[in-house]
Write a protein that binds this ligand. Structure first.
Ligand SMILES: Nc1ncnc2c1ncn2[C@@H]1O[C@H](COP(=O)(O)OP(=O)(O)OP(=O)(O)O)[C@@H](O)[C@H]1O
Ligand SMILES: [Mg+2]
Length: 396
């Protein structure tokens, strides 16, 4: 080593994206150097003279570690891909920005939104972007567990705590230690469990059912609900103090029908994904079919959209999905809501804007094509778009 010393070589290697593990061997080592090398990421540090057995063992272990960390990286990438959030609407962009800001904190997050809007996806994203990303992400759905089992599921139990408890077991809180716990459908949690949950959150520790000793826990709490918790409080079904404890950072995901620019993107994404999984070529969607899909109110939000795409891929034989392929419940389900306009002028403005926006989306913002569908001159469509504040990027 002429120009660099061993530590500098180590630094360079550790900078490489998929660099190898490093075992340092030095003839004139002292403890300081060994500490520095370890801090810089050396896997092991051997002194000369060394035994070949010692080197072989070190290399073997280093390779094992490399294999493990590659496994974790692969697994994490898969996870990221599986739970990817698609959307370029203003609402989704703002939410993603917001998540970047709040993810590194430890504050509780309350995610609200209709069924199928992506509450779980956002909970996972917050965890991934937090400093706890290496820790566990544990999910509990209060609505899916029988009421009498909710508490043992959450807090764990000791042997003999109740009839049938022949062994002891940790609860989800213990399992989520140093990570994130995601309490889904929190609005369905029984009141007695809510009190216990509040205590766990306040004390930062948890006692198993039938247990004596509390265990200190380091957990980030994310909860989600599609219920209106303020209404639930009024009805006496949700504890107000728990609500304030949980609602430190509110995050609301708007329904799909309020961010229709995401609809074509989601259709495209799921079309590719479903087709890839079933070994088919992605199908095209005719303009009329797409226009109907954009206009549909999607009460089941992204989950419903995903199901429809899956169904279309399974059922439609040809390469192209036509209007006649779209299920009747969708073609017939495009209601005009009465939004309580103050006068005809504002109703017309709103309708015109909404309608033109849909046609533009369905034509991938090709003004010439959209003008044809609308029966307008290109220039007059331009004028209308200006007047209605419609443009492809940004706020519309
Ligand atoms: N923005 C998005 N991009 C891609 N997929 C999405 C998006 N939003 C939701 N999905 C998909 O839709 C389905 C429902 O999402 P998720 O489970 O996160 O919704 P949810 O709000 O938790 O619904 P529920 O209240 O019914 O549990 C999932 O399959 C998810 O992958
Ligand atoms: Mg969910």
């Amino acid at each position: 080593m002429d120009d660099m010393d061993g530590l500098e070589v180590l630094k360079e290697i550790r900078r490489m994206p998929h660099g190898p593990e490093v075992v340092m061997i030095s003839g004139h080592a002292d403890i300081n150097m060994a500490v520095t090398a370890t801090r810089l990421g050396a896997y092991d540090f051997l002194e000369k003279p060394f035994s070949s057995d010692r080197v072989l063992l070190s290399v073997k272990n280093a390779l094992e570690r490399q294999e493990l960390s590659r496994e974790v990286a692969r697994w994490r990438k898969e996870d990221e891909e599986k739970y990817r959030i698609i959307g370029e609407s203003k609402a989704i962009k703002e939410l993603l920005e917001f998540v970047k800001k709040i993810a590194p904190t430890n504050s509780s997050v309350l995610i609200t939104g209709e069924s199928g809007t992506g509450k779980e996806l956002f909970a996972r994203l917050i965890h991934r972007e937090s400093r706890r990303a290496d820790g566990p992400f544990v999910m509990v759905n209060s609505a899916a567990i029988p009421r009498e089992l909710v508490e043992s599921e959450l807090f764990g139990y000791e042997r003999g705590a109740f009839t049938g408890a022949y062994t002891s077991g940790p609860g989800k809180f213990e399992l989520a230690d140093s990570g994130t716990i995601f309490l889904d459908e929190i609005g369905d949690m029984p009141l007695t469990t809510q009190s216990k949950l509040l205590r766990v959150l306040q004390d930062g520790e948890c006692v198993r059912i039938g247990g004596r000793w509390p265990k200190k826990l380091d957990i980030r709490v994310i909860v989600a609900t599609n219920k209106d918790l303020v209404e639930e409080i009024k009805a006496g079904r949700f504890r107000e103090d728990l609500y304030y404890r949980l609602n430190v950072i509110p995050l609301h995901i708007p329904p799909l029908r309020e961010r229709i620019e995401d609809i074509p993107l989601l259709i495209d994404y799921y079309m590719r994904k479903v087709c890839k999984e079933s070994g088919k070529r992605p199908k095209e969607i005719s303009r009329e079919a797409l226009a109907v899909l954009i206009g549909y109110p999607w009460r089941g939000n992204v989950r419903e959209l995903k199901n429809i795409v899956e169904r279309l891929v399974a059922v439609v034989e040809g390469e192209r999905i036509a209007l006649s392929d779209i299920p009747f419940e969708i073609t017939s389900g495009v209601p005009q809501e009465n939004k309580g306009y103050k006068d005809l002028r504002s109703a017309r403005f709103d309708f015109e804007r909404e309608y033109i926006k849909r046609i533009l989306l369905a034509n991938a913002w090709n003004i010439t094509e959209a003008a044809k569908v609308l029966g307008l001159e290109r220039s007059s469509l331009h004028r209308k778009m200006n007047r209605l504040g419609l443009c492809k990027e940004g706020d519309f």
